[in-house]
Design a protein around this ligand. Structure first.
Ligand code: AMP
Length: 406
């Protein structure tokens, strides 16, 4: 199937061509026709599968002419909101539709002006959207199409009451789409309440991280984590790498130590101002920084193509975050590697990640690295040896792999 078979408007089809997309990804192929036919859809797909275009393209097609504010996309973070807005700008490039984005942490002035100018589609984070509604600047009473994107993250971040208020402000007669990497029971009950007879489109095994990514765990003593990180960076041929830390302080600390080790590095987390965050992302996209050190909240859903490696400096505390972090690499068919450093105290987290993604992550050991003793390293005898790609085609990482008894 090609984009020509998808019944997109001429404007949208032209824009797809200009964007250089040739074939629709599976989620686009499966979600676009029912969405265009007006059905409510639950899209269960990780970021990196092309899910944004699965709703922005039908939106661009459906609202061909400018009119009232009819399309609303709710996003958990400002970065995601900006990214989805950029996608809409691309796909409405040849149409007269007006698209705006609103999020908190910045002044109201510019967004208020845009509201006054009148937009057909808004991409919004919940808090700022409700602010505008309460101030009487904006109404949702003409919404025809509502998209709840990254629904699991909206819930994780405590936005459920806000999301419910937003849905309650929309007309009952509307189309609702819900996208989520993971469909937890709370998401199901939200969907039951907010969607009518939805069609579920599921891409890949649910909860499975992107298939093109090679995963590996690197057991290490806590005291050697940073040393091992440096050694991994030295011996990996990466173009761009995202390093995940659990806390903002941790991220700053790792970033400043990497800077001292002469890496081109920048940190991204929610204590940074909006301008600093945008500048960090831009610099990373443009290759001025090769290493981005980030926390989960700051990085969720970011579309950074060409990321060759993700390194979890800290094992994620919330299991689903593993899937989201790994979704930063291996985006849209490209390959990527995902390394996780893990210490003895992370063992229960690692076990629950493996249960969640329904696979065992191979353990690896870095050759010629002077490991301090950790119990994790002595688990190899008599354990099944996981077969993994030795060297990863990238040279120096290899050595041998070993399984952990469970
Ligand atoms: P998403 O999962 O929506 O965040 O998309 C991940 C990346 O894949 C983005 O960089 C998109 O621009 C890209 N992408 C989405 N759909 C396609 C397609 N059909 N062909 C090529 N690239 C795509």
């Amino acid at each position: 199937m090609g984009f020509d078979d998808l019944q997109l408007s001429d404007d949208a089809r032209l824009a797809v061509q200009a964007a250089g997309y040739i074939t629709p990804t599976p989620i686009q192929e499966q979600a676009i026709p029912p969405v265009l036919a007006g059905r409510d859809v639950i899209g269960s797909a990780q970021t990196g599968t092309g899910k944004t275009a699965a709703f922005t393209l039908p939106m661009a097609t459906r609202f061909a002419e400018p009119g009232a504010f009819r399309g609303l996309i709710v996003e958990p973070t400002r970065e995601l909101a900006l990214q989805v807005e950029a996608s809409l700008q691309v796909f409405t490039k040849f149409s007269p539709l007006r698209v705006g984005v609103m999020y908190g942490g910045v002044g109201y002035g510019a967004q208020t002006e845009k509201i006054r100018a009148g937009m057909d589609i808004w991409v919004a984070t919940p808090g700022r959207l409700l602010d505008f509604i309460e101030r009487g600047d904006l109404s949702l009473n003409k919404i025809e199409m509502l998209v709840l994107d990254e629904a699991d993250r909206l819930l994780d971040m405590g936005f459920l009451p806000d999301v419910r208020r937003i849905i309650n402000q929309c007309p009952k007669e509307r189309q609702t789409l819900l996208f989520s990497a993971t469909i937890a029971p709370e998401i199901q009950s939200l969907a039951k309440w907010a969607l009518k007879d939805p069609l579920t489109v599921q891409i890949g095994r649910q909860n499975a991280p992107t298939d093109t990514v090679e995963h590996a765990l690197f057991p290490v003593a806590a005291a050697q984590k940073f040393e091992l990180l440096l050694a991994l960076l030295d011996r990996t041929e990466y173009k761009s790498v995202i390093i995940f830390c659990r806390t903002k302080m941790g991220a700053d600390h790792v970033a400043s130590r990497l800077l001292s080790a002469k890496h081109k590095v920048i940190a991204l987390h929610s204590d940074r101002s909006q301008r600093e965050r945008e500048e960090a992302l831009l610099g990373f996209r443009e290759g001025r920084y090769e290493v981005l050190v980030a926390t989960d909240i700051a990085s969720r859903g970011l579309d950074i193509s060409g990321v060759t490696h993700v390194i979890n400096f800290d094992v994620p505390e919330h299991t689903e975050d593993y899937v989201h972090r790994i979704g930063r690499t291996g985006r849209a068919h490209a390959e990527g590697d995902a390394f996780t450093l893990f210490t003895a105290e992370d063992t229960p987290f690692v076990a629950s990640i493996e249960r969640f993604i329904a696979r065992v992550i191979p353990k690896r050991r870095l050759e010629n690295f002077k490991y301090l003793y950790t119990q994790l390293l002595s688990l190899k005898e008599n354990d099944p040896v996981a077969k993994i790609r030795v060297g990863g085609g990238r040279g120096a990482i290899g050595g041998y792999s070993f399984g952990v008894r469970r």
